[in-house]
Write a protein that binds this ligand. Sequence first.
Ligand code: NAD
Length: 478
Amino acid sequence: MAEGYETQPALFIDGEWITGGARDSEPVLNPADRSVLAEVPHATDDDLDRALDAAERGFRQWRGVGPDERGRVLQRAAALIRERADRIARIVTLEQGKPLAEAKGEVLGSAGLIDFHAAEAGRVYGRVLMRPAGMRSMVLHQPVGPVAAFCAWNFPALNVVRKLAPAIAAGCSIILKPSEETPGSAVEIMRCFADAGVPGEVAQLVFGVPDTISRRLLASPITRKLSFTGSVPVGKHLMRLAADTVMKMTLELGGHAPVLVFDDCDLDKTLDLLVANKFRNAGQVCVSPTRFHVQQGVYEAFAKGFAERTRAVTVGNGAATGVQMGPMANPRRPEAVAAMVDDAAAKGARILAGGGRGEEGGFFFQPTVLADVPLDAKAMIDEPFGPVALIRPFTADEDAIAEANRLPYGLAAYCFTESGRRQNVLAEAVETGMLAINQARMTWPDSPFGGVKESGFGSEDGPEGIMAHMVTKAVHIA
Ligand code: NAD
């Protein structure tokens, strides 16, 4: 076992940790140096059928447990995550690449999100409707049933918690398939839930060939909800599979966040915030600021200031002290980003910083700034999901808004302006699930997180996160 990788990737089915047997497996790599950290076992069809059977039993049992008790179990899980945060953060960094401080922040943030859902479990309210004498109508919210959830590798702890916590709070059971590229973090988070008292048939963990697993879980009439975090094409594919049994869905898909920077912003503060956020997690964040539309009056100063700050970002192994940006998480990302940068440069973009792979050995890509990027560059159309800032000028407010709304994505958007009137116009006009004005934080436990258009639908976090696991029933009594 690699130093610090204190975990063993395993399936968790019906309360049993399963590490191998005759199953297929695949290696888990450290993206900083491509070394093999462990092998992750693949679930067989029998494993998946066992998990489905357990999820059905788990749902019948767990829906009958009071919200206060569900909340207490979740609070214990949050406390265990805090206790184990240093060890889990090291695992996150080793298998995903992000700097240790970011990993620790992610793990502690996950605990905070669980605490929110623990309290929220007791805040699912119905309605009583007045009728003619002797009659009443009630509106009830009931847990939807067993959930099949799939999530990506970019937040190996938080993505897992975002699936588990609201489902458990709502009284559902859940089978989760996290990414095979970051299984150790998921295993350690799941251990916290199990050690806290979540029954083994209520929350289960599987790994394998993603398409095989999602086809089997979504074809089963036992599964009543699909929850997915990942790319738009895979989200569309899973929607089609889920259509056959008409299940409830939450889809957290990609983004291509526009950033509208107006002449009247506080330029230095704006640049400090944006550069720090652009290169967080090497840009592999669905709400990462990506298309920077900058008003003519500050365009050159913005591009120059962005490039200067970017060149000062320290890149290296996320486990080393002082590193601000680690490698990308897997070999697909630097390859995709390199192709986009080359394409943009060939179409006339100016490379102001970075532009190449950087360090040898791991899946690195340099923090990169491109200016004057033409609209037909691939990077201005497809989600780069990497450490690349794309900068373009605009003149009129209407042009900036039209540009923000040009793509089929609608997850996150950012605006920087001191004008209150303009802030109100933008809040109304930008087609997005989340809008940050004069700041860059999008994620708060009590605030809905989700997109519109092809970025998906349904929200995680906030009261909306638990309600997305409920169905509504109207009862009319004489
Ligand atoms: P991908 O879409 O192939 O994989 C993303 C995740 O979905 C992985 O964890 C994978 O295991 C899972 N997945 C893939 N196919 C699946 C299937 N048929 N059934 C169930 N799960 C499946 O892409 P990738 O190469 O890993 O990531 C690249 C793209 O994914 C990025 O460009 C970005 O658009 C998107 N992405 C989005 C988010 C997000 O938070 N919304 C997170 C990570 C990746």
